[in-house]
Design a binder for this molecule. Structure first.
Ligand SMILES: C[S@@+](CC[C@H](N)C(=O)[O-])C[C@H]1O[C@@H](n2cnc3c(N)ncnc32)[C@H](O)[C@@H]1O
Length: 325
């Protein structure tokens, strides 16, 4: 996302609390949609939404992009990962304290030797977060995200963050402008640590939902639990496909992206949804030789090629013609 050009500030805007940076993800997340966003956005219906819902929020790249364009009145975000949701809670409700906490950590870290940095990282990693306050917990996640290998959040089968130290010379532990921009965007969002279904109630034709579920493991070796302790297997993908058809039947516009596999194509085609593909650069693999290009499945409850508004207009015209006959 591009940074906006500086513009003249009023006395009020000159306060450090205001950020002119475009909102963007505060964490680098496994499966984050940053790279794919421009392509995905072409499939997003035009206009402003009453409610925007992102039930598999992760780094919430789409949420921040739509917030940047003032594309919704309010938003609902959900994720099963409790550390991540706690982070969003702190960014939304206590950004000043979070900035100060990270400033302290960043200053301390900058003055450490390489060995001390590594020890500090592993001490932070092994901390029991249940005893931490909301701000300390959020600062820990951001610190680990910025200093771990590949800058990713990944947990093992017990739900414990297990990425090793990254040895970066100057990690940007505190990015105040990005945190403040996210704080502003999140002020219009309700964020829950819950299953995706919990934020889909009461949605209608003025709303929009973007689903970005965990991919099905593509091979027997790709069985790491990337995001949360519980996996998201075929039964979960089916539950999601069913939800999507329910939304379509209620006239809700919803877009879903997923790994392009025969199984997933068959699942969504079976449910009569619109299925198309786009090309994506995959960066999730820690082995650079396996990062290459993959295709991504895009599933919608509306016809992407024609555009939702065009279809609605056509439908309205057809209805008018019928009633005047
Ligand atoms: C592919 S990632 C989303 C990435 C995100 N779009 C981004 O831009 O970073 C999938 C997310 O779904 C979450 N998740 C897994 N199972 C879930 C469930 N049943 N309900 C809600 N969230 C879930 C994971 O914790 C993970 O953060």
């Amino acid at each position: 996302m591009v940074q906006r050009a500086p513009r003249p500030t009023t006395a009020k805007e000159a306060s450090p609390v205001v950020s002119t940076t475009s909102p963007r993800p505060v964490v680098k997340w496994a499966g984050g949609k940053g790279r794919l966003l421009a392509q995905l956005e072409r499939h997003v219906p035009t206009g402003r939404f009453r409610v925007y819902a992102e039930p598999f929020a992760g780094g919430a790249a789409m949420f921040f992009a739509l917030a940047d364009g003032a594309r919704f009145d309010r938003a609902r975000l959900a994720d099963k990962n409790d550390e991540l949701v706690a982070l969003y809670g702190a960014v939304k409700n206590d950004v000043d304290a979070l900035v100060e906490e990270l400033r302290g950590i960043a200053t301390k870290f900058a003055e450490m030797t390489e060995e001390d940095r590594s020890d500090y990282f592993y001490a932070m990693r092994s901390k029991d977060t249940s005893g931490l306050g909301a701000v300390a917990r959020a600062a820990r996640l951001l610190f680990l995200n910025k200093t771990c290998f590949n800058g990713l959040w990944r947990v093992n089968s017990k739900g414990v963050f297990n990425v090793p130290f990254g040895r970066y010379a100057k990690p940007k532990i505190l990015d105040e402008a990005v945190l403040r921009a996210a704080h502003t965007a999140l002020s219009r969002a309700e964020i829950v640590n819950a299953d995706f279904e919990t934020i889909l109630h009461g949605l209608g034709p003025e709303d929009f939902v973007y689903f970005d579920p965990p991919y099905m493991p593509v091979s027997k070796t790709a069985n790491f639990t990337a995001y949360a302790a519980e996996g998201f297997g075929y039964a979960e993908q089916e539950r999601l496909a069913k939800k999507l058809t329910e939304l379509r039947d209620r006239g809700v516009r919803a877009l879903l992206s997923n790994g392009d596999t025969d199984e997933m194509r068959a699942l969504y085609t079976k449910h009569g949804l619109h299925v198309t593909t786009l090309r994506a650069a995959r960066s999730i693999n820690s082995d650079p030789s396996k990062r290459g290009e993959v295709t991504e499945l895009v599933v919608t409850t509306y016809d992407v090629d024609e555009g939702f508004e065009v279809r609605l207009a056509k439908k309205a015209r057809a209805a008018k013609t019928r009633s005047s006959r």
